[in-house]
Ligand binder design. Sequence first.
Ligand code: DLL
Length: 443
Amino acid sequence: MSKHAKSSTASFHPLSAPDFLPLPQLRDLQLQRLQFIVQRAYDHVALFHKRMSERSLTPQDVRTLADITKLPFTEKTDLRDTYPFGLFASPMKEIVRLHASSGTTGKPIVVAYTQEDLQVWTNVMLRSFAACGLHEGDVIQNAYGYGLFTGGLGAHYGAEALGATVIPISGGNTPRQLMVMKDFGVTAICCTPSYFLHLIDQAAEEGVNLKELPLRAGVFGAEPWTESMRRRIEAESGIKAYDIYGLSEIIGPGVAMECPCQAGPHIFEDYFYPEIINIKTGKPCADGEEGELVLTTLGKKAMPMIRYRTRDITALTSETCECGRTLRRIKRIGRRADDMFIIRGVNVYPSQIETALLKVEGTLPHYQIVLTREKDLDVMEVQVEVTPEVFTDTVGALEQLQSQLTKSIESTVGVRAGVRLVQPRTIARSEGKAKRVIDQRKM
Ligand code: DLL
């Protein structure tokens, strides 16, 4: 097939076979892997061992898949409390890669991979690309960030294993992205959906007609988006836009991916066991009912995650999909059970902003984060009250404070924010929980 073919003929990749396993076989495989991983975590992760013992449980108590509900949950705070390596089940000499993602404070959470874990990750990413009809010969522009973020490298190795030509352009530098897309015959792009909207705008400004390019698919994720965003992307660029879901704690991108039916991401259940629970009670929800997604890694050695509470709100459906995959699907993730927000693909907690502000003297603990969108790019402004003494200071002193705060936020959170210093008592006080984030971005 020519690299420039615009056809979207769905192809079958031999490594995608587990997507279509008959259900009894899939459930058997899940149980086998669950028993293995529970034993491994019990033997090598002190926190998990302790929690099992407190419940008088041993790995032998997991006899069926339903027994998973006996096991303790793992939460983001567990990663923070055991920072950096406390949940690793492999010795350092077997760990070949580390990634990191935002924690609730200034410190990130760290995730680890053995050589085998990387193969699992490559496998699910390859299957993600294959699921949306990409194959050998496609030219994939990977505009997810390379670095500690899992997006770049995760997509990279999956695309290479597929046999596609990967352009590891990473995020940012929009004019260069457009040049590459035009000149290199790009057929698929990976980036956040909001960044692709920005690319659409820039293309229009530069007089580039995306519909005339061989580009035919977008693999969009790492942040919430909506059906109306999908419609807009597809109408304005002539491509098919697919939803990919994942999180660092579980592996990175490739936990779930849409098929050509675009009816919600299929979870790669042979490697990730999903549950939906009621946020308050922790009890399982019925098929189709909304709750918090809980995931257990069935094939990860360096850092097995047992019943990890993702804080992502969705529903699980076992309705059959026309594509023939037996993997269950999740509904688009639109909101979270905590206060994390995602800006330009970076996860941010208000508590991190607070930490950054407190590092600099002269500000009061009253602040508000205002999120807007300019030309489809997220903009964050942090408004912070300053002490009365500072407020009557010279313009130079105020500017210096502002620049210190900007730097402190950037180094803590990894994203640049505008900082606006405001007079004491100007930020609205709330009677209950302070409203820290005002999200004015229109999806
Ligand atoms: O965002 C991994 C990833 C990279 C996924 C590239 C897809 C594509 P984290 O930085 O750990 O990992 O952020 C994970 O992002 O818990 C969700 O809240 C959100 N998220 C990820 N994908 C989607 C999506 C990567 N398709 C957190 N829709 C998750 C909605 C998403 N939210």
